[in-house]
Design a protein around this ligand. Sequence first.
Ligand SMILES: NC(=O)c1ccc[n+]([C@@H]2O[C@H](COP(=O)([O-])OP(=O)(O)OC[C@H]3O[C@@H](n4cnc5c(N)ncnc54)[C@H](OP(=O)(O)O)[C@@H]3O)[C@@H](O)[C@H]2O)c1
Length: 229
Amino acid sequence: MRFGIIGTGKMGKEIEAAAAKRGHDVVWRLSSRENPSGSGITAERVSGADVVFEFTSPAAAVDNLMALAKEGARTICGTTGWGKDLPRVAEAFARGGGALVHAANFSIGVRHFFELAALGSRLYGAVGYAAYLVEEHHAEKRDAPSGTAREIAAIFEKEAGGRLPVTSVRAGTVPGTHRLVFESPEDEVEIIHRARGRAGFARGAVWAAERIAGRTGVYEFAELVKEVA
Ligand SMILES: NC(=O)c1ccc[n+]([C@@H]2O[C@H](COP(=O)([O-])OP(=O)(O)OC[C@H]3O[C@@H](n4cnc5c(N)ncnc54)[C@H](OP(=O)(O)O)[C@@H]3O)[C@@H](O)[C@H]2O)c1
């Protein structure tokens, strides 16, 4: 497949490496300098790529997504922190006839962690354990709590009721750790996901790109994983 990549930072580079491993070609890439307010996303670029990856920053993502939607692009968006704009982005993709897969976390290991979080919230919530989440990421990560932490909090709220306290640590080079704890006066249970690097996110994003060939509409990554798991 032919890929375009918007955002040439850490994830852009990981996607390039993951794409090469699967035999795909990256035919263009856009940095922030070449793409103020999404202006580098032209009809020519979009038609030259089967799928476009958007991994930039919360401030840039919505302009990029609106431009991609207008051109009917098949898009994989991993940028976090723009969720409140999802309804208008989804509407734009429906109008433009393209496809969007979005997720705060493209790791398949994290998808399964969400299932464990739901089960833990149900079981321990029912017998009154107190729960909290600690998430740790590298010092450069701009949003806090992480999109993944927000998703775990939503799962907890749905399964156990009540608000999940979340603490964020931004330090060093941690790729991403989420530690969900259930505790009682007698004991403590922890469910931990520790990413070893960014390769797992990129592998999941490329897998999603392969799955949306020929499709239209807006999907959460979880929906695509459920089709096969
Ligand atoms: N969904 C997942 O699985 C997953 C996994 C990891 C990270 N993420 C998220 O993905 C995003 C990127 O992460 P990262 O680690 O790659 O961050 P990063 O290393 O800071 O890279 C972001 C890149 O986007 C560029 N950029 C900003 N605005 C742009 C624009 N309008 N057009 C093109 N490029 C633009 C930045 O350029 P400048 O430096 O010039 O501004 C930078 O090179 C973040 O939101 C992060 O939270 C998601």
